[in-house]
Design a protein around this ligand. Structure first.
Ligand code: PMP
Length: 356
């Protein structure tokens, strides 16, 4: 069987490990940038009531018209821009890759950043080029990016704004230079938009090759798997052709439409997380052993003293707290841990465990 597997499965897929999601049951979950708050009970009851109308025997609305309408209204999508929905923004990254995939095509991003840009490139048979960020502050090395653009002529460039896992916003002027130099599409990935005031949404239309990608995951709806891409209809109509029919299921359409009608509830939660982020940042900064990086997202990157990340990760886990160990994930992330901002109680538990 192994011979056949080796023959059939592409070597680059054979070499991979499946995307590993650690077991988290019973742990305080501060590893995946989730919103720690659930729906208030009255709203949850109303939502369950709405679910009764779901017709599970029918295929979903293929274009999710009602949800699109609600998203436009709740998120202030510019009227002249189109929307494309994905089963999480992960699926949108996949659709973009499938739409441009051809021999010699390249995806470019900066590093460290969201790993799926590279992974999905690999799945779709597209070259990937990662240009290292500046080591001191994770800002963009613009000259290196411009050189890589010139050399590799990327079909797609991803810039996460704020960036995961570093938490910072890139300099907008640096990003504009990249957009203007790019021979292909530039996707500004605003997955963490609920936690920052900065956005490229208002700049759509200024450059023909700019798209903005967002998700409802971080605002508090990670379980629904819904991402959205915003940009000129000419682009999105083409990318829509590789979308699987009915990619947004009935329950997601219904639940997300309902949730977005109550966006103020989620705004209050993300606002509270922003406040907690500043408390957590100050408290972490007072721990002299840690180097703490500023964040505009719902997580904070810290660097431990040399060779301590693994130990601290394991000790926190033993105390019931799951965070993300990034040591080994990228040379610039040596001794780094990523801490999702949780509820005040969860953050207090984290700080108490770090303090010992
Ligand atoms: N973009 C960035 C920068 C992310 O960090 C993530 C999730 N961690 C995603 C996209 C994917 O989000 P989702 O698939 O949940 O919409």
């Amino acid at each position: 069987m192994n011979v056949l597997i080796d023959k059939l499965i592409r070597p680059e897929i054979r070499a991979l490990n499946a995307y590993h999601v650690p077991e988290a049951s019973g742990l305080i979950k501060l590893d995946a940038m989730e919103n720690p708050y659930s729906l208030p009970e009255t709203l949850a009851a109303e939502w369950r009531e709405q679910l009764r109308s779901a017709e599970l025997n029918r295929y979903p609305d293929p274009t999710a018209r009602q949800l699109q309408h609600q998203l436009r209204e709740a998120m202030g999508i510019p009227h002249d821009m189109a929307l494309l929905l994905g089963n999480g923004s992960d699926e949108l990254i996949q659709m973009l890759a499938l739409a441009v995939s051809a021999p010699g095509r390249t995806i470019l991003s900066v590093e460290p950043s969201f790993v799926m840009y590279r992974m999905i490139g690999l799945f779709a048979g597209i070259n990937y080029v990662g240009v290292p960020l500046h080591a001191e502050d994770f800002s963009i090395d613009v000259l290196a990016v411009l050189e890589a653009i010139e050399r590799t002529q990327p079909a797609l460039i991803y810039l996460a704004y704020p960036n995961n896992p570093t938490g910072n916003l890139f300099n907008a002027e640096d990003m504009v230079r990249i957009i203007e130099a790019a021979p292909g599409l530039v996707i500004v990935d605003e997955a963490y938009s609920p936690f920052t005031d900065a956005s490229f949404l208002g700049l759509l239309g200024k450059w023909p090759n700019l798209l903005v990608m967002r998700t409802v995951s971080k605002m508090g709806l990670a379980g629904l798997r819904l991402g959205y891409l915003i940009g000129a209809p000419e682009w999105l109509n083409e990318i829509d052709k590789v979308r699987l029919p009915y990619n947004i299921n009935v329950l997601t359409q219904l639940s997300a439409t309902f949730a977005l009608q109550h966006k103020t509830v989620f705004d209050a939660q993300t606002q509270a997380i922003r406040l907690e982020r500043s408390h957590l940042f100050s408290a972490l900064s007072s721990l002299t052993a840690l180097q703490v990086y500023p964040s505009e997202a719902n997580f904070i990157l810290v660097r431990t003293p040399p060779e301590q990340a693994e130990r601290i990760f394991a000790e926190l886990k033993a105390r019931g707290i799951l965070i993300k160990n990034l040591h080994g994930a990228h040379p610039l992330l040596q001794d780094c841990l990523r801490l999702t901002v949780g509820s005040p109680k969860e953050n207090a538990a984290l700080l108490a465990a770090l303090n010992v």
